[in-house]
Design a protein around this ligand. Structure first.
Ligand SMILES: NC(=O)c1ccc[n+]([C@@H]2O[C@H](COP(=O)([O-])OP(=O)(O)OC[C@H]3O[C@@H](n4cnc5c(N)ncnc54)[C@H](OP(=O)(O)O)[C@@H]3O)[C@@H](O)[C@H]2O)c1
Length: 241
């Protein structure tokens, strides 16, 4: 199997690359940080190739397609993992922050998907990584929640178009750098990237278009959604800061 993974330089995407390569797949990774990608390539050998590119740059998606075309690489599975939660803006509310949330968490994966659809051999499965905050917005960062909601909606509706199966996963908290605004770097509530990687690896074979992972996040969501807004906001602020 050939796979394309965005967000391959760290966190969930990096764990997924390792998982797929260990299972014998050929993988191309996409992220901005050349150094981290080249370290991963050194570790994984010839089964892993990468392109270091900023997916929100004007030429980002085109550069990915050019690299794949040059290598004659047609992935059957695509995992749209790259995303951002924070920016330099600590209030999470400036127009620049909101633009970044939308560009990286919604526009870039959609543009890449559209471009892959136009190829001679489009992928068979596309997995988009959303967040539990798309179902129950994080009051600290509404722009992230909105972007992840748009992403989920887009890929739920895209399922079956052009014969391509799309899937969306609403992820609960995971112990990665994206959680740097949490009080503790590692949270007991959060699962490890390797667990998510194993789940994502098996996802194309599962039925159903949208999934909540882990199961505990689904339960927590069901409880939290019935709390009064003021209690939910107070709880979330405590959890995130
Ligand atoms: N961790 C959680 O608790 C959690 C919960 C729900 C959903 N998620 C989602 O899971 C996904 C992965 O997050 P993570 O926790 O693994 O975070 P992470 O460790 O910060 O990894 C994010 C990845 O996205 C890449 N990326 C960011 N901006 C990019 C850009 N403009 N162009 C190309 N690549 C870019 C980063 O690479 P470079 O910096 O090298 O570009 C990195 O590889 C995200 O979509 C996130 O929203 C995470």
């Amino acid at each position: 199997m050939k796979a394309l993974v965005t967000g391959a330089s760290k966190g969930i995407g990096q764990a997924l690359v390792r998982e797929l390569v260990a299972a014998g797949h050929q993988v191309w990774g996409v992220a901005r940080t050349e150094g981290l990608l080249s370290e991963l390539a050194l570790e994984l050998g010839s089964q892993f190739k990468y392109i270091a590119v900023d997916l929100i740059a004007d030429t980002g998606v085109t550069a990915v397609l050019q690299a794949l075309d040059a290598a004659d690489f047609y992935p059957s599975e695509v995992f749209l993992v790259a995303g951002v939660y924070s920016s330099d803006d600590e209030t999470f509310s400036t127009p620049n922050h909101q633009q970044l949330m939308m560009d990286c968490n919604f526009m870039a994966p959609v543009k890449l998907y559209d471009a892959l659809m136009q190829r001679q051999h489009p992928p068979k499965h596309v997995v988009a990584v959303s967040s539990i905050f798309a179902l129950l917005p994080d009051p600290l960062n509404p722009a992230y929640a909105l972007a992840k909601t748009q992403l989920a909606q887009y890929f739920i509706q895209a399922n079956g178009k052009g014969g391509i199966r799309t899937k969306v996963v609403y992820l609960g908290p995971v112990n990665t750098a994206i959680n740097k605004h949490a009080k503790r770097r590692k949270s007991l509530m959060a699962i490890e990237p390797i667990q998510v990687a194993q789940f994502l690896h098996g996802l194309p074979k599962k039925s159903g278009v949208s999934h909540i992972y882990p199961f505990s996040a689904g339960i927590t969501y069901q409880i939290l959604r019935y709390l009064p807004e003021s209690v939910y906001t107070a709880l979330m602020n405590k959890a995130r800061r």
